[in-house]
Design a protein around this ligand. Structure first.
Ligand code: FE
Length: 191
């Protein structure tokens, strides 16, 4: 009984998002409507299977939960061990970050005179959703707000993000290509 309820939340989200990408490829609509759907998904923290919520002592984890067969979007659980942080990086496609458990901090960066200048950092609390894209700001650094607990956010991207060629940066403006891949090699069977 419980399992069916939990499965239903993620399945409902995937169905709604699939309907959305079939109706439009307009980025601002995808970001706005997609963030409303993700907001509903992360409103309650009772559906993510344990296999996709396990931290690693040294590295933040990226578990692929679902990839659209036409690669129009993917859904990933991002699991932060205490104190873990990303390098400064971009995405090259639209993305949504829904906070499920714990908390993240995010700092956006902009190019100025060949250097990357960081803005204020913002906190994301459980239930809140953030957005990125090349049009609205695509370069940022993200970290677990907590040094003594695991945090988890659910990310949605406008591609099979684990295969996308993108970049990490230093504040001096040096860039390096990277492909993130995924932590898991097999999809979870909870949907
Ligand atoms: Fe990011």
């Amino acid at each position: 009984m419980t399992t069916q309820i939990l499965n239903g939340k993620m399945r409902h989200f995937i169905n709604q998002l699939t309907n959305l990408v079939e109706q439009t490829d307009e980025e601002s609509t995808l970001l706005q409507r997609g963030s409303e759907l993700l907001h509903d998904l992360v409103a309650e923290d009772d559906w993510l299977p344990e296999s996709c919520s396990l931290p690693h002592p040294d590295y933040y984890q990226q578990y692929l939960l679902y990839c659209d067969p036409a690669e129009r979007f993917s859904v990933v659980s991002f699991v932060w061990g205490p104190g873990q942080k990303t390098p400064i990086h971009d995405h090259t496609v639209w993305g949504l970050i829904g906070m499920l458990r714990g908390g993240e901090a995010e700092r956006s960066f902009e190019w100025r005179d060949g250097k990357l200048i960081g803005g204020e950092s913002h906190n994301l609390k459980p239930g809140e959703v953030g957005k990125v894209s090349p049009k609205i700001g695509d370069i940022h650094q993200v970290w677990n707000r907590f040094s003594d607990q695991v945090s988890i956010s659910i990310h949605v991207y406008g591609a099979d993000i684990g295969k996308v060629k993108r970049h990490v940066f230093t504040e001096a403006g040096e860039s390096k290509k990277f492909i993130s891949g995924y932590t898991n090699t097999e999809l979870p069977d909870f949907i």
